[in-house]
Design a protein around this ligand. Sequence first.
Ligand code: PLP
Length: 377
Amino acid sequence: MIYLDYSATTPVNYDVLESYIRATKDFPGNPNSLHSLGVKSKALMNSALKQISDIFNVLESELTFTSGATMSNNLALVGTSLANMKQGNHIIVSKLEHPSIYAICNYLENLGFEISYVNNDEDGLVDFDDLKKKMRADTILVSICAVNSETGVRQPLKMIRQIIKKENPYTYLHSDMTQALGKIPVNFHDVDMASATAHKIYGPKGIGLFYKNSRVKFSPILYGSGHANMLNPGTPPLPLIVAFAKAIRLATTDLDKRENFIRRLNDKIVNDLKKYEGVMINHSKICIPHILNISLKDIKAETFLHALEEYEIYVSTNTACASGEISTSVMALYDDPKRASSTLRISLSHLTTTDEVNKFLACFKLVYEKLSLLKRE
Ligand code: PLP
């Protein structure tokens, strides 16, 4: 099998899995319980929380464990909007967000919030002048993805935050950092709120992280009992939390070395695929190398994906969560519905080998030739 879909999800690291199993076996108590088993579990949870807060240099009280990045995005957008309705009802998002952000925006629009979509340049970079123009006295929130999940376009969050705060110091900046964490350095201090998830960084599925600076005016959107995880009440999933802490620790080391290796693989694929007349590389100078997006002229991406699958090669059409739809991210880059209607995402990891890339390129050639022939018949 050649797995080239690491941006959809990653395999769990063995050490991470082991820490999950150990926490499950040795810490059966509910961290919310008052007896000694509960106290022991709470202590383990607090130590995992401390490890994570140390890595990101934030307060433990500023972190909430969620079920994944979708839930973190919901908390960020809905929690901030509800708490700041009196200040304003205007929200700005980029055109390179994950579909979950747009779904939440639709919900907020139905509640009476106004959503603006900031333009980007041809590289995918947020258009700073357009952002300034769209900022208003009633803008309560801006949400900009750190790394776009389909194309790998990376945004300069620190600069974006400076622009926003200069225009309106009361506007909060949220960033969906799901595709950035574990691939490039992330700094929670560049933003007021951030979302991340464990299953993109070799951690287990079912747990995410929501960072909220303590100064953000915020309304909880979930209510219940248990105070260990304030904005997501209920019994904290201790084994997932422990495993997530380990995954974050492992995924945030050796980033440069991994990125350089992945860049060489990416260059190799780009250089090879460039030769196909029917392939367009959806790539700009601000893309991270872990994600490589291409468009296929006249061949359906889904057909191509399944043909590669016959060789046990796994890639995505657009993001796994929006399969089958037109790629909004490729549209944002090229404003070309045809180019955005048949896209493949190849996503790489430090686990990818040169041999796998060579085999992928050989199979790509076979599939391309076969499907091009069928198209002509
Ligand atoms: N945000 C981005 C940028 C993503 O790439 C994804 C997953 O594809 C999500 C959010 C959703 O994450 P989760 O599956 O943890 O809810």
